[in-house]
Structure formats: C-alpha cells, structure tokens
Design a protein around this ligand. Structure first.
Ligand SMILES: Nc1ncnc2c1ncn2[C@@H]1O[C@H](COP(=O)(O)OP(=O)(O)OP(=O)(O)O)[C@@H](O)[C@H]1O
Length: 621
C-alpha cells in the first residue's frame, strides 16, 4: 500500500485552522498591523520581559548610571573651563599671575581624565549587562521552545522559530551592544550640555531652544515614517528566512516536484521586497541626518552672530561666547546618533515583541502536580470514550472506546486521514484527549510523570531520526548511560550489529560523516535498537512507508519481531507482512474503528480489511 508522505514538520501550517490565533500569542507575530488594545498588550508583555531580564541586574545598572553621569560631567566641564581660561586665566597671566591658568589647566586635565576613564568603564559595564541579558534570553528561548508541546511545533513553522533565535536576538544584540550604550550617554550629554548653556548664558540657550523646534519636528517626521519602514524591513526579512529554511528543509520535495524555478522566483521576489524595504529606511536616514546637521549649523551661526554683536557692544565676554558656541555645536551631534538609534530601537522593539510572544506560549500538555508513580508498567492500555480535535478544529476521533490488553500487538490500518497517527499521539501523550481519557495500567496518562510515561511508552517514528554523533550514542539514547554490552546486545537483537560492524569505525562511526551514511532500512534498525534498549512496556510504531527492497524489508521485519516480543505494541501498519504478525487488527475510518479482529478473521470476512488484504496479496504476485 502506498500513501502520501506526512507533511514535513517544517512546512507551513496551511491546513491548520487560523481562527484560534490570539492577537497576543506568537502566531500573530508576523502581523504588521495590530489594533490598539492588542498592541498595548504586546507592548506590556515586552516590557514585562525586559523587566524580568533587568531586575537581577539592578546593582550593575545603578553603577553604569553613576559612571555615565560622571563621564558626562567631565565632558561638559570642558567648554566652561575654556571660557574661564579665556576670560580670567589669560588676563591674570597678562597681569603676571600664572596661578589661575595652572588651576584651570589642571582642572581641565582632571575633568578629561576622569571623564575618559568613567566613559570607558561605563562602556564595559554596559556591555557586561547587555551580554548577560542576551545570554539569559538566548537560553530562555531555546529552553522554552523545547518545552512547548507538539501542538505548538506542528503549527509554528521552524523557519519562524529560527527567525526568533537568530535575527530577532541579533536585532536585540545590535541595540544592546552599541546603540543603547551610545544613546544613554548621548541623552545625558544633551541634557547636561543644555543645562550648562543656560547656566552660562541663557540668551544663547534661547537660540538653542528655538532651534530645537524644527529639530523636534524633523525627528517626529522621521520617527513616524521609519516606524512603518522598519516594521516592513523586519517582516520582509523574516519572510525571507522562512522561505529559505522551508525550501532547504524540503529540498527533496522541491526537487522531486520540479519546484526549483517557482521557489527561485518566490525567493527573488521576497529578496526584492527586502531590498526595497532597506532602501526605504536608508533613504529616510539620508534626509533626516543632513537636515539635522543643517539645523545645528544654522543655530551655531545665529548664536555666533548674536553673541558676536553682544561681545562687540560689551554685553558678553569672549570666553563665554566661545563656550556657548561649543555647547550649541555639541548639543546637535548626539541628536544624529539618536536618529540612528531610533532605527535599531524599532527593530529591537519588534524583535522583543516577537520573542516575548514565543515565551508567552504555554505548553498544552502539562506535567501533573502530583504524579501517580508507575515505575514498572505492564502495558495495559485503555481509551475511555476519547474524543479528540486539534485546537478548535473538527472532531478527528469521536468517542473512541478501546481496550488493549498488556502484551498485545495491534496493527492499525485505514485510509489516509483516518486518525491513526492521532491515536498514536494520544497514547504517547503528545496531545491530550479533548474529552475522555487514555489510561495506562488503569492510570490516566495525564497523572503520570513525564519520566514514567516516556519510560513506559516509546514511539518509533517513520523518519527514524538520527542525531549527530556516533552510532553508539544514537542507540544509547534509548537508555542513557547503558553499557556497551547492552548497546551491542540491542543491536544484535534487532539485526543491526552486522552492518554496524561493516561501517568504517563500527559503533563509533559518526552518522553524519561520509561512510556513516545509513540507508532507510538501516536507519530503521538503529531506531529499533534504540527502542529495544529502552525496553518500554508499550511501543508505538509508525511504520516507514519508504519502499524497502525485499532483503531490506525482511531484515526490518525480523528486527521488528524481536522488538515486539511480548510488549504491548500499536503499529500503524503499511505492510502486509507487519499486519500478519499482529495479534489484532483495527481498521479505522473517520476516527472510528470499523473492524476489529485477528488478521485471519478479518481476512476471511467481507469487510474493508478483506478487500485491502486481497489487494495486497495481488500486489505480491
Ligand atoms: N497537527 C494537526 N493539526 C490539525 N489537524 C491535524 C493535525 N494532524 C492531523 N490533522 C488532521 O486530523 C485528521 C487525522 O489525521 P491523522 O494524521 O491522524 O491520520 P492518519 O490516519 O494517520 O493519516 P495518514 O495515514 O495519512 O498518516 C486529518 O483530517 C488531518 O488533517
């Protein structure tokens, strides 16, 4: 029997019902427009996360604050000391008194040295805080994503998860690494420079205040536009990553269905959109920055003209004018940095919103608070009036009532979409029943600890996933810490020992290196060995559909029989040979068991199984 292969987990969840998406959860994170309430919620969620990350670092933050204040004071003291030097020290020197100049000069030096040292210490301190926050976040995102139930992973594409862990964390890194440190010191510098100017000469201060009006208007204009452009930049970049990851992970399907030109065209279109979004933001910067420089220079010119006139008419000392001009000039320099920062701030806010959305997702399958201990399960299974639907979707299993005695081998057969895999996912508790319960040895699986459950029930999936590492490590996953003798015994039992010994380094062969590549059948045998070593009471097996050649199938069949021995087994069967070794066959359709009996009984009848069996027999001729 052949059937279409399952959707790759990384493929977009096009068939999933979208109506259960909440505005604040991670599935809404690709939306560019949110309504007011949703965006408030998203913002407060991001701020909560930021608070959680910063709270343990309060002391370090206070120290950074102190360092930045001292370094800024050191910087703003400069122009004021210059004015003192011009207006007092130089005249004193002309009168033969050198002390003032020495005093002012020394003060300048001390201010410069202390300011410089504190600025350096501030940068290092800020970097330590930023890196600590990023480390926490990176670990949290990874840990959390691993903890989330299969339901989440089946609906959230892997491209999007990769986006969270890479480009979103990268945006936060950029902000924390460079931007934020610079902006805090820039803001401090502007504040202190403005204050010093007003204290030194309030009339020049007024020139600055007037110049701030167009600068503020320009900045508002810039902010509004860049907000849109920046969101666009981030969404187009995320789409690009998603497309890339999906194409690469689904490469086999892409090539098999000759989708190369379509995917290339799609990717090219997304790349162009990304380029346009980048050009938009850069174009905006190209107008904002020169605008600010112009306003700053006009302010300096006006302050110079007015101040020059006042010096001429005796209302202002030259030194004060020089210092005032230095202050005005300095005031505008950091604004440009603020403009730049605003961009990375935008990306980082969007990134934080998405990351906090991911972290706000909760596992749908939760560990019981007070688990019932089941250290040695026998393997008796019961599905007690189980009804199941994915999320708010249609009912997939309606009121299924089934008893599987310990030690029975049950083959599940049925049309595609009948609910066989769903049944397997309920028994292994990757999902919880919507109604009714699944029991193992009379205990509801929701009351078992994950450790007991995973020890008692093991699932061998179609893909027979191998982790990077040696053959030995891959088998040992069944029982971590198992001695070599047990690993080898497991491999021998399922018939994998011979081909393992033929590999370049035997059990130490790396499965991902050349020479370590294994065939589909061998891969299955390795996963059987892993399950054999785990020795569970219940085995759930999604039999591979890949057409093995006859010797390969025989090998796998033999391995399978040893693996089953006398444990309870549920096999989603695709081969007649597997069904034949089962004690019982369940034929499923639309989530219901429509036939139930031994293979011989059912084959002798005139139901679905008999027809299926006849077709199988014919295909063997
Ligand atoms: N993660 C999911 N989210 C929503 N619906 C799902 C999900 N997985 C499966 N379904 C739906 O549930 C129904 C049963 O699917 P299931 O995979 O259990 O069938 P199956 O009998 O194992 O089919 P196949 O032999 O093709 O694997 C199908 O209609 C399918 O579309």
């Amino acid at each position: 029997m052949s059937r279409p292969s399952k959707p790759e987990p990384s493929q977009p969840a096009t068939s999933r019902p979208d109506d259960r998406r909440r505005p604040t959860d991670a599935s809404a994170d690709d939306t560019t427009q949110l309504d007011a309430e949703a965006s408030r919620e998203v913002r407060s969620r991001s701020l909560r996360l930021l608070g959680e990350l910063l709270r343990p670092r309060r002391g370090a933050l206070a120290l950074a604050g102190l360092l930045v204040v001292v370094s800024t004071l050191g910087q703003v003291a400069g122009p004021w000391l210059v004015s003192l030097a011009i207006d007092s020290a130089v005249p004193d020197l002309m009168d033969g008194d050198v002390d003032t100049l020495v005093l002012v000069g020394s003060a300048y030096l001390v201010a410069a040295v202390v300011g410089g040292l504190c600025a350096g210490a501030y940068v290092r301190q800020a970097a330590r805080i930023a890196q600590g926050v990023l480390l926490d976040l990176r670990r949290r995102v990874f840990r959390h994503t691993q903890l989330l139930s299969l339901e989440f992973h089946e609906s959230y594409t892997s491209g999007r998860i990769i986006s969270r862990q890479t480009s979103d964390l990268e945006a936060l890194r950029e902000l924390l690494d460079g931007g934020l440190t610079g902006v805090v010191s820039s803001l401090m510098l502007m504040l202190f420079t403005g204050l010093s100017l007003f204290l030194l000469d309030w009339r020049s201060g007024l020139v600055l205040a007037v110049a701030l009006v167009p600068a503020w208007l320009l900045t508002r204009w810039f902010q509004k536009r860049s907000q849109v452009f920046y969101r666009e930049q981030r969404t187009t970049s995320a789409r690009l990553i998603v497309k890339f990851v999906e194409t690469m992970t689904g490469m086999r399907a892409v090539q098999a269905f000759r989708r190369e030109s379509t995917t290339e065209a799609d990717y090219g279109r997304l790349s162009e959109q990304y380029r346009d979004a980048n050009l938009n933001t850069m174009g905006l910067n190209g107008r904002y920055q020169p605008g600010l420089v112009l306003i700053g220079n006009v302010a300096v010119a006006v302050a110079l003209a007015l101040g020059g006139w006042r010096v001429y008419s005796g209302g202002l000392d030259v030194g004060v004018l020089v210092a005032a001009l230095l202050y005005v000039k300095r005031f505008f320099q950091p604004i440009q940095q603020l403009g730049n920062f605003y961009n990375s701030f935008q990306s980082a806010t969007a990134a934080l919103e998405k990351v906090s959305g991911l972290l706000a997702e909760e596992p749908t399958v939760v560990e019981p608070r007070r688990p019932v201990a089941l250290p040695h399960a026998r393997g008796a299974l019961r599905l007690d009036h189980v009804t199941f639907r994915y999320g708010d979707g249609p009912v997939v299993l309606p009121d299924l009532d089934l008893t599987l005695p310990a030690g029975q081998t049950v083959a599940l057969v049925g049309t595609t979409g009948a609910g066989k895999s769903t049944l397997a996912k309920l028994v292994t508790r990757f999902y919880d029943a919507s109604e009714g319960r699944v029991q193992l040895d009379g205990v509801d699986v929701r009351d078992l600890s994950t450790t007991d459950l995973r020890r008692a029930v093991v699932m061998v999936t179609q893909e027979a996933y191998l982790f990077s590492g040696s053959v030995r490590e891959n088998i040992a996953l069944g029982r971590p810490g198992a001695p070599q003798a047990d690993i080898e015994a497991a491999a021998r039992a399922v018939g994998a020992h011979e081909f393992i010994m033929d590999m370049p380094d035997g059990y130490d062969t790396d499965v991902n290196k050349r020479g370590g590549r294994v065939s589909a059948g061998q891969r299955q045998l390795l996963s059987f060995a892993r399950a054999f070593l785990a020795d569970p009471a219940v085995l759930v097996l999604d039999e591979a559909t890949s057409s093995l050649d006859i010797p390969g199938e025989r090998l796998v069949q033999h391995g399978l029989q040893t693996l089953l021995s006398d444990r309870t087994a549920i096999i989603i069967a695709h081969r007649l040979s597997t069904v034949a070794i089962a004690d019982r066959v369940l034929v499923m359709e639309h989530g219901r068991v429509i036939e139930d009996g031994t293979p011989d009984e059912l084959a002798a009848g005139d139901g679905h199984y008999a027809a299926l069996n006849a077709a199988w027999q014919d295909s063997l001729v």
